[in-house]
Write a protein that binds this ligand. Structure first.
Ligand SMILES: [Ca+2]
Ligand SMILES: [Ca+2]
Length: 1004
């Protein structure tokens, strides 16, 4: 009987740090790390696939399947993290074909120090691989036609045998002919340089050598660490005929059927939960029924399956050998894959892709009959998008389709019995393998190795030994990061923020969407910001160059056209629309009247340019839309790729350069051959269409449509009737600063036919709630008038803060605003100042908007009636006032209610503002609507009240706060009463100086 590891563990501390005796070492497990290359997440039988994998299935049945084990999405970064327990970017692997740095240690380096034998068979791919630089010679080199004087395959000091492995049989490069691998070595020496055995297949060789090495590795009772790195099923898809034969015809029903079958099988196996795992669509966009060469596609998949089958057979041979030697139970086997299945399809005869065999026969790329040595085929994206079921995307991306590693851990001697055959969904990562090995070997991670200082293990790396024993999860959450060739991701708890290399951030709630199908970034902008900041901080910490983010755009209204029998802009900007020569009309709208365009060159132009730059400005456009084109497109419309297409532009930006920018258009498509037409909203950006879902457009009915355009996250989000339809990843936004056209393209085409009502356009990202408020005609735009709003105003945004002022009507005889508390709670104008003429401005949520409070009486200007000519009252309620110096009266200030629009003093009619009779003291301040610049009675000068008058008044509040924490400041009034937080009426002095005359200070 083998001792259970729990008991063995208790003996381990005594082993440290010296080498253990042979007897003690025997309790430490052998560790066998088996890695396959580019396997689909669900290819194996025990992960829901069709591949016959009885040996791995058996390991799964008595071991554990880890369903959320993460690799890094590509060979080199994955293997770097696996070998070192550190992010690839920190160990020299910032891309592909680079050497591991010397400031890290590999698992075999550490375990060898701890008394383990270390052996490797198979693919390395952690050495700098350089071509010869001459295409013809490169091909000769790859195909063994010349060794170029025993040219090293990479710097020899970076070979596995020089990175901790006692022995290595395998390849240095990452891609080779499976029947005759390039860069095959035994330690430093090239092997099979003259000829390759006739029946050679790489997977067989890898298993042969793993088995052979066991003789030496078990000879003295020390445990071993063995890294078995199969290159299968990496392209070129090549397999032995007898293995291919097993899969003939097995995939003829195509990848759509396979995807559904696997999904169901995974549900049955308990690997996934439909609540967490919506069915992701095939990221290739290819439908099997539309494939024109099904035989070719099926054949590639048959070979892919055969390669994995062959790997499983070879794993069976390795397991048999472990059993024969009686060491199977105390060998920890970790089986995993370095990345998801590959969608790649490269030309051959380039760099690491051979174009001929050793005897000079040329190889056929994408042969109709793949599998043999004279073929060089790929799986292609249709199958790749399916064999990674239930996930989206594939190798090289940082989506789960690239980074989810189907992982099996098996260890009878050390795993708790109740864990046998179970499924572990706790997120783990390749980073965890090093600390796991350290724990099992009782080894210490060094700070100095082989003459080099060693950087610490990744903070996030954890031994998963507890998960094999009594733990079902981590005690605390950790944050994991990914980056490869501009693809990126960060996971924290059940949130994962992911971006394709050429796309923006997408946010997924893994608790309900482990397949990453539903980008919820629009619903959770704060979470996006938090996660993005985490990623940026991490990326900088690992030395990545993180470009400055485009700053978030403050929400600000650009225009608002209610189209109520006119084209007036209801926003303060008053942008004028110019009608097309064909005119426009109005008809019954959603709210009042609506713009009606007849589809025949009718449109409206907003000719102001330079309002913003599309490339760097977040925007939101929304409108009620009624498309009158209910019929399917036909021969009178545009013909494009065998479909009739009709575009009707709702809003476009007119630019003089580039492709321009079309925010929103209605698109209808119909197959030339007939069939179901598609109607949907669309957007044109960066030379491409970015579609809302088919069916989003419903002609012949009113729809509220919003499009949120975000160059920061590089995405577009559509809202239909207030509900998000979809978010589309776009890539970078182009610069575009032109004016706008409503109802047509800048070049005079794609005219809209129907009604448009209540069109709003904002800088910034409106929230779903704000979009719904607009839909419901319940949105208050005033905080978003230009200059009004600041998401995160700082003290410097309120220039009037921290002083006391007098407010004087500027013309002629001075007339100061005074709180006339003594009489009737109103503001009067008086010819001279008194204490009740001192005002302070308190910040609101919006910069340039203030609460105005009388310093002495402590009361606010409040509660103005919403009509002109009413006197303004004072009281405890604070009302927000837009206080603008940008008046037409030479920098003098205007005060306007922010709840009565408009209130921009620079132009147009002002809603309700504070006004007093010019040249007249002893009058009341009243509300008035007025046209800008026509009545200087609405304009005021502000003067900071000199310190010698109000010294201490503003300080008073500050010092009183200090006073509450300290007894040093003593304030007394003229009666000698010590002041506390509550002030008394009277004159206040400090250090013998009058500081305030209080009536009834309402201290804040
Ligand atoms: Ca790979
Ligand atoms: Ca209207």
């Amino acid at each position: 009987m083998f001792q259970k590891y729990q008991r063995a563990l208790t003996a381990l501390p005594a082993l440290l740090p010296a080498l253990a005796s042979a007897q003690q070492q025997a309790t430490r497990p052998n560790i066998m790390l088996i890695v396959v290359d580019d396997m689909g997440y669900s290819d194996l039988g025990c992960f829901g696939g069709e591949v016959e994998s009885p040996n791995l299935d058996a390991l799964a049945a008595s071991g554990m399947r880890f369903t959320q084990f993460y690799n890094s999405g590509r060979s080199c970064p994955s293997r770097a993290q696996l070998m070192t327990g550190r992010y690839a970017q920190t160990v020299g692997i910032t891309g592909m074909g680079q050497s591991l740095s010397r400031d890290c240690v590999t698992i075999p380096e550490v375990l060898r120090e701890a008394g383990y034998h270390t052996g490797m068979s198979g693919k390395w791919h952690l050495s700098l691989t350089k071509g010869i630089g001459n295409q013809e010679d490169q091909m000769k080199w790859l195909s063994h036609q010349s060794t170029f004087n025993n040219r090293p395959f990479a710097p020899i000091e970076t070979y596995p045998c020089n990175r901790g492995f006692d022995q290595h049989w395998g390849t240095i490069w990452g891609v080779t002919d499976h029947f005759d691998p390039f860069s095959l070595v035994h330690n430093e020496e090239p092997i099979f340089t003259d000829s390759i055995p006739k029946d050679f297949y790489y997977a067989d060789f890898v298993a042969d050598k793993a088995i052979d090495m066991m003789d030496e590795m078990t000879s003295d009772g020390k445990p071993f660490f063995m890294y078995v790195a199969f290159q299968e099923p990496h392209w070129p898809v090549q397999a032995k005929p007898q293995d291919i034969a097993k899969y003939k015809g097995k995939f003829d029903d195509g990848w759509d059927a396979l995807r559904e079958r696997r999904y169901q099988r995974m549900l049955e196996l308990g690997l996934i939960n439909s609540d967490e795992m919506p069915v992701a669509t095939n990221a290739s966009g290819r439908k099997w029924k539309d494939e024109t060469n099904k035989a070719f596609q099926s054949a590639n998949m048959e070979v892919h399956a055969a390669m994995i089958d062959c790997v499983d057979q070879n794993i069976g041979r390795i397991i048999a050998e472990l059993k024969r030697r009686g060491i199977f139970d105390n060998t920890l086997i970790i089986f995993t894959s370095d990345n998801g299945a590959s969608s790649e399809n490269y030309t051959i005869g380039d760099f690491d892709r051979h174009d001929r065999t050793r005897d000079g026969q040329m190889v056929v790329r994408n042969s109709p009959t793949p599998g043999g040595q004279l073929t060089y085929n790929y799986l292609h994206n249709g199958w790749a998008g399916a064999v990674n079921t239930p996930y989206r995307y594939w190798k090289t991306t940082q989506f789960h389709g690239g980074t989810a590693a189907p992982t099996i851990v098996h260890w009878p001697a050390g795993m708790a019995e109740e864990k046998e055959g179970t499924i572990m969904s706790q997120p783990c990562t390749f980073l965890d393998v090093m600390p796991t090995c350290l724990e099992l070997a009782g080894a210490t991670y060094p700070s100095f190795y082989n003459g080099n200082s060693i950087k610490p293990l990744c903070n996030e790396a954890r031994s998963f030994v507890p998960l094999l024993q009594d733990k079902n999860g981590w005690d605390d959450e950790r944050t994991l990061y990914w980056e490869h060739e501009r693809g990126k991701a960060v996971r924290k708890g059940n949130w994962r923020l992911t971006a394709l290399a050429n796309g923006g951030w997408q946010l997924f709630d893994l608790a309900h969407d482990l397949s990453e199908t539903n980008n919820v970034a629009a619903e959770h902008p704060e979470k996006v910001r938090e996660m993005k900041n985490l990623w940026n901080t991490w990326a900088k910490s690992v030395g990545l160059n993180v470009p400055d983010d485009i700053p978030e755009t403050k929400t600000e209204l650009i225009f608002h056209y209610p189209f109520d029998d006119n084209t007036n802009d209801a926003s303060p900007s008053k942008y004028v629309l110019t009608s097309s020569s064909n005119g426009i009309t109005f008809g019954t709208g959603k709210h009042g009247q609506a713009l009606h365009l007849n589809g025949n060159a009718q449109y409206l132009d907003l000719n102001t340019t330079g309002i913003f730059d599309t490339g760097t400005t977040q925007t939101t456009f929304c409108a009620w839309v009624y498309d009158e084109n209910t019929a399917a497109p036909n021969a009178s419309d545009q013909l494009d790729n065998d479909i009739y297409v009709r575009d009707e532009i709702i809003l476009a930006q007119k630019d003089n350069a580039g492709t321009g920018r079309i925010y929103l258009y209605a698109r209808a498509e119909a197959p030339v051959s007939g069939g179901t037409p598609s109607f949907f909203y669309n957007s044109f950006l960066g030379g491409s269409q970015h579609r809302a879902n088919v069916g989003s457009l419903q002609p012949g009915t009113w729809q509220h449509v919003a499009i949120v355009c975000d160059p920061v996250s590089q995405s577009l989000t559509y809202f239909i009737n207030g509900e998000r339809d979809c978010t589309v990843s776009t890539g970078a936004f182009e610069t575009c600063t032109g004016g706008f056209r409503i109802g047509g393209h800048k070049t005079g085409k794609s005219y809209f036919k129907g009604y448009i009502d209540d069109a709003w356009f904002f800088k910034g990202l409106l929230t779903p709630e704000q979009i719904r408020q607009i839909r419901d005609n319940a949105f208050d735009p005033t905080p978003y008038y230009p200059g009004n709003h600041d998401d995160d105003p700082t003290a410097s945004d309120w220039p009037l803060k921290d002083h006391a002022y007098t407010i004087r009507n500027f013309s002629g005889t001075p007339a100061y605003m005074v709180d006339n508390v003594e009489s009737d709670n109103r503001i009067t104008c008086e010819g001279s100042t008194s204490d009740a003429a001192y005002w302070v401005f308190e910040p609101t949520d919006n910069a340039q908007c203030y609460y105005v409070r009388n310093l002495v009486t402590g009361r606010y200007i409040q509660g103005y009636p919403k009509s002109s000519g009413q006197m303004i009252s004072m009281g405890s309620q604070s009302a927000e006032y837009y206080v603008a110096a940008q008046t037409n009266e030479g920098g003098r200030y205007g005060f306007a209610s922010t709840s009565v629009t408009p209130h921009d003093f620079s132009s147009g009619t002002i809603g309700l503002n504070l006004r007093a009779e010019s040249n007249q003291a002893n009058c009341y301040v009243q509300t008035y609507a007025a046209a800008a610049g026509t009545n200087h009675r609405s304009f005021w000068t502000l003067a900071v009240v000199p310190d010698d008058i109000i010294t201490g008044i503003t300080d008073l509040q500050t010092l009183q706060r200090v006073n509450s924490k300290s007894s040093n400041s003593k304030w007394v009034d003229l009666q000698g009463r010590l002041l506390n937080d509550v002030g008394h009426p009277g004159i206040y002095i400090r250090n013998g100086k009058k500081v305030a005359h209080r009536h009834a200070i309402n201290n804040k």
